[in-house]
Design a protein around this ligand. Sequence first.
Ligand code: URA
Length: 470
Amino acid sequence: MSTIRLAGETDFDGWRRMARRYAAAGVVPDALIWCVDEDDLFAGEAAPPPPKTGELTVPAAFLPLARTAILHKEPARFALLYTLLWRLREEKGLLDVSVDPLVARIEGMAKSVRRDIHKMHAFVRFREHPDERGIHYVSWFEPEHHIVEAAAPFFQRRFAAMRWSILTPEQSAHWNGIDLTIGPGVPKPPAEVDDAEDLWRTYYASIFNPARLKVSAMRSEMPRKYWKNLPEAPLIAPLIREAASRSAQMVDAGPQQPNARPQSQEHLMSRADAGEMLPGLAALAREAARCRSCPLWKPATQTVFGEGPEDAELVLVGEQPGDREDLAGRPFVGPAGEVLDRALAEAGIDRTRAYVTNAVKHFKFTPRGKKRLHQKPDAGEIEACRFWLSGELEVVRPRLVVALGATALQSLAGKALPIGKNRGRIMAIGDLNVLATVHPSYLLRLPDADAREREYGRFVDDLRLAVRSA
Ligand code: URA
């Protein structure tokens, strides 16, 4: 029996190095004890690892799965992952067998970790703490799993201009405007109600739309255990109680004149109120509605943000909103959306369970008489909008992203890649699994009916591969 000591609860690199060595040397899972250095439980000398032998090859999907599942609180996770790695040596297609008990268990662990990260992104609330250097924003959160390091970069990007700390019982993350550091956990600081929280409550009460109340959706997305740390939580029950009478007053007051041109921010906020999007994405959408990072915002009607469940396993990324999407404020509702919907249905994908978005969030067009003709976004515009797409992916953390066309692929990869060469296979881009395929408008543009039918069939096949792999 050999004991392997890892440097910490989230020491994926250490686990990976050791697991590769032991598996390549043919050491069976039962002959290993995995533990973390601070555990006294298995005190005793760690055995020297076996000498490095031949390389081990595993399917590309194993690494992102293992990297996520290792953050689970389950103490046996290192051993479970080693057993999976061990079996993958012989059973190459094992990861596709979702009914295999070990695969199902590890997939379930990864899902629970992704959900925990998503909840942390959505439910962290910063309180202002003035200090000698200005305002330090501090938050307290209690994650279920070992996710602080994995969740922290999201806050670094979102709150780059603030100094902040997120404290949790196990670890804390600190951002000083330059460096992100991970430190030890801390006991819960005393709850302080300050002006910032009062502002939060006023804001929450003002955006709460009684006519769109969905109590069950709110409950499922905002589980009780998070309430105690949310400044808006005390408001929820009274607002729900008053919702019926407030809605009746709104009906009595009659319709208001709609804006000739919708105010993008209000529009997005009301979608958030309707429970269509969850707080993490809703906050991101509110920020995106004010984006001025490239000139496309000016002639466009509004920012068209993504839509769909925040825990979707599949994300579909298009190029940019078209004419119809620009007016409706929703992605893929025009002719390309019709083709996409039909193909999704044929591939057995329920669109409402996927998150659908675009690489660029504003419609780029040239006015031609009464028409607005689509123009391809350039590299600078794609780059300026990457911030929003990565924010969405950070919150949703899907199992697979489908890049619909070259612009989507360019945004995901950070550089132009040809669709033809990369189509129909799953690529690892950073920690994302990406499947590239054509854009549905390409199918609409094909002049020859036979070619259209053939290409449409290939498109549906790509989507079928997506659903099998997500
Ligand atoms: N084309 C896209 O890429 N996205 C849309 O939302 C609509 C058309």
